[in-house]
Design a protein around this ligand. Structure first.
Ligand SMILES: [Zn+2]
Length: 298
């Protein structure tokens, strides 16, 4: 594993719905889950981020026959290794990318970003934080407002460890995009207010749509609230509790320069996710540089 290189390996799985809906069982009729209706490769190609342009979606979200080549990827990381930083990565937040409706699908550099959705959650978030701390890396946490209100101390723990925050709606509404823009704005603002109450002054520079169910309205309103819409590159579907080995295999085979990796620290039993992290991070940090996404100004 120590010789793991970034290679253009894609998993040729069939197009799958994007349930990513760990909260859905209790809150939403699964029949209402919508598959991705938009081909990311066909939407908003006016990305201004070279790495994002070069970054195919990898994992179960990948469309067969689309973006299987890896043109113009940055070279393999020289040295790699963990990043020792005191806070979120410096610099301006990521610009709109080549994901659905201009959402970001890559870090825009050689760096790799781990993102954790659906927390904070008192059992799993601290374990994820511990693993990241042991590895000496920073990540990005996409928080659900209702969880933030219940566990504000966990938000502060995330911030104290230097991770970047992302808004993941008030209550993980998978059909947020069906609402009016005013209602979308209210939802996002409510979650931001909760995060702001838990961790005053900490920027929330990103928004991630539950289930990746992006719409133009969601991306527009997120922009109005000064948040960049954050999609992902690699999805091991850990929300569905696949075997730990499956999570590890998807990530180690797909962890290319610029990748944004989707994982979960909330929404259910995340023991397999934590176990996978403990397994793959010690190896991957020798070849990949993991970063929190730049949060920009507060
Ligand atoms: Zn989610």
């Amino acid at each position: 594993m120590g010789s793991l290189l970034f290679v253009g390996h894609t998993l040729g799985s069939a197009q799958a719905p994007r349930p990513h809906a760990v909260m859905a069982a209790a809150m939403v009729d699964p029949a209402s889950l919508r598959p991705a209706s938009v081909d990311p490769a066909s939407v908003n190609p006016a990305a201004n981020n070279p790495a994002s342009q070069a970054m195919p979606r990898v994992g179960p979200e990948a469309k067969p026959g689309v973006a299987q080549a890896l043109p113009n990827l940055p070279p393999a990381l020289p040295g790699g290794g963990p990043v020792q930083v005191a806070g979120p990565a410096p610099g301006a937040r990521l610009a709109p990318g080549q994901g659905p409706f201009g959402s970001v699908v890559g870090t825009g550099a050689n760096n790799v970003a781990l993102t954790f959705d659906d927390g904070p959650e008192p059992t799993w978030t601290p374990q994820v934080l511990e693993v990241l701390r042991d590895a000496g890396i920073r990540a990005t946490f996409c928080l659900i407002g209702e969880n933030v209100v219940r566990f504000p101390e966990l938000v502060r723990a995330i911030v104290a460890d230097g991770h970047t925050l992302c808004n993941h709606t008030w209550n993980h509404n998978l059909t947020l995009g069906d609402l009016s823009k005013d209602a979308i704005r209210d939802d996002m603002a409510r979650a931001n207010a909760a995060i702001g109450a838990a961790a005053p002054g900490v920027p929330v520079s990103y928004f991630r749509a539950p289930g990746g169910n992006w719409t133009a309205g969601i991306v527009d309103v997120a922009g109005e609230l000064d948040m960049t819409s954050l999609d992902w590159t690699v999805d091991p579907q850990d929300w569905n509790r696949p075997p730990t080995a499956s999570i590890i295999a998807t990530i180690t085979k797909s962890c290319q320069p610029g990748a944004i990796i989707l994982l979960h620290d909330g929404g259910g039993d995340r023991s397999n996710t934590v176990e996978a992290l403990r397994s793959f991070l010690p190896d991957l940090i020798r070849t990949a540089t993991f970063v929190s996404l730049p949060a920009g100004a507060g």
